[in-house]
Design a protein around this ligand. Structure first.
Ligand code: MTE
Ligand code: MO
Length: 427
């Protein structure tokens, strides 16, 4: 049993499969804090967790192969000693996050049926991949004469045509474009720390790639080899699984025709809803004192309006920030804007050159009238229910599609449609 050495996990995680381990935090823990605690950070393993003894972690070796075939080897101790340490606050998000939504709305999808929690946020500590590649001897064209197709006029390899392939100790692998790897604002790390602690075993101990703003499949764990090449990684995770296709292309598409996923589109989700008496009884952790007063007072009750409090997250790839979060309490007929939580203004709270973190948001409003026509009966026919909807817009004004039917793909990747949650205001 290759899984017998897998680590012990937090019982609060919602487990999809045990061998290999795939689990997401419960919604109420997911974004309760800006940085997801290590023991609750979602886990996505394709195989077992490789065993690296703690005492021998500093001897863990990373081999680097350059386009000319030259190789260079660094132990973890050498990486730590030779290069400045950097910290970056970044989300990792699996391309399968919210896949169960797509299944519910648009039909069967292959893959783990994640809820809204195959995403988490952490502060990563490590050395810059760009620094390590330069030290290893990588020289590339400056881009001024690049052709995107091969050797630049300078005779050096064309930066735009190269890829950085990562592989891990259990043979998982994938790659990113070299342009991302060496972008001085790209913040790609070879990480050994997570939220001030050594990387936990499930998250890649002792060394992983962290590629902010890029689908998490490229943040290879238990990293032991890097190859700079004119080809993308040959792994199935580069050439097949983490691609997306048209609604009609089925489960066995022409794989080569699609580009591999790198930067991810904008998404958002509702992670908690409180209604009526729940709020009056003070159950909303971020609502107290003055905010609580005036919620659901007698006059509101007479008009059968119920207070509602909602929270969630919004995130976009590529370092794009979240410009706005729109919320609807009546299934998408009318909209209002949620309040974006200010997690990043304290110095040092969000480290890195771009918006690599998620934006948490909150909203307090009143449900539409219980007697209103917007409300429909639930399955049991006893309660009136309504549908809350959230959608986010990033700072390039990209927004989420309204439904999953138009972006349906048989693998269920990038399920980023408006997130809908049905609420029966009875608390
Ligand atoms: N790296 C290795 N070596 N093995 C893996 O199975 N899974 C990838 C990526 N890196 C994987 C890996 C995928 S698909 C995701 S979503 C992220 O790791 C998950 O990282 P996490 O478990 O730290 O959340
Ligand atoms: Mo993933």
């Amino acid at each position: 049993d290759p899984f017998k050495e897998d680590p012990v996990r937090d019982p609060r995680l919602v487990t999809h499969t045990l061998k290999p381990r795939n689990a997401e935090p419960p919604n109420e823990e997911l974004d309760r804090t800006f940085k997801t605690p290590n023991e609750l950070f979602y886990v996505r393993n394709h195989m077992w967790v490789p065993v690296v003894e703690e005492a021998k972690a500093d001897d863990h070796a990373l081999e680097i192969e350059l386009p000319d075939g030259e190789t260079r080897r660094y132990t973890l101790a050498e990486l730590k000693e030779r290069f400045p340490t950097h910290k970056v606050t970044a989300v990792l998000q699996c391309s399968g996050s919210r896949r169960s939504d797509m299944t519910r709305q648009a039909g069967k999808t292959n893959g783990l049926q994640w809820g809204v929690g195959a995403i988490s946020n952490a502060e990563w500590e490590g050395v810059r991949l760009a620094d390590v590649l330069a030290d290893a001897g990588l020289t590339v064209s400056d881009g001024t004469s690049s052709t995107r197709s091969g050797t630049a006029v300078s005779g050096k390899p064309d930066t735009n045509a190269l890829h950085v392939q990562f592989s891990g100790l259990e043979a998982y692998g994938s790659s990113i474009p070299l342009t991302k790897a060496i972008d001085p604002r790209g913040d790609v790390l070879l990480a050994f720390g997570m939220n001030g602690q050594p990387l936990p075993r499930d998250h890649g101990f002792p060394l992983r790639a962290v590629v902010p703003g890029t689908v998490a499949a490229r943040s290879v764990k238990w990293l032991n080899k890097i190859v700079v090449s004119d080809e993308e990684s040959h792994s199935q995770w580069q050439r097949r699984d983490y691609k997306s296709f048209g609604p009609n292309e089925g489960a066995n598409p022409n794989w080569d025709r699609a580009v591999s996923m790198q930067e991810t589109p904008v998404t958002s989700a509702i992670t908690a809803v409180w209604v009526g008496d729940c709020i009056r009884r003070g159950k909303v952790p971020w609502m107290s004192g003055s905010k609580l007063r005036g919620v659901g007072d007698a006059s509101e009750k007479e008009t059968t309006k119920e207070p509602v409090a909602v929270q969630g997250y919004a995130y976009s790839g590529g370092g794009r920030g979240i410009a706005r979060v729109d919320i609807s309490l009546d299934g998408g007929k009318t909209w209002d804007q949620a309040e974006l939580v200010d997690d990043c203004s304290k110095p040092g709270a969000c480290l890195g050159n771009k918006n690599w973190t998620w934006k948490r948001w909150r909203y307090v409003g009143q449900l539409p009238s219980l007697k209103g026509t917007e409300l429909t009966k639930d399955a049991a026919g006893t309660k009136a229910c309504t549908t809350l909807v959230v959608k986010a817009t990033d700072d390039s004004y990209n927004s989420q599609p309204e439904s999953h039917s138009g972006i349906y793909n048989a693998r269920g990747n990038l399920a980023t449609a408006w997130h809908r949650v049905r609420v029966c205001p009875d608390c």
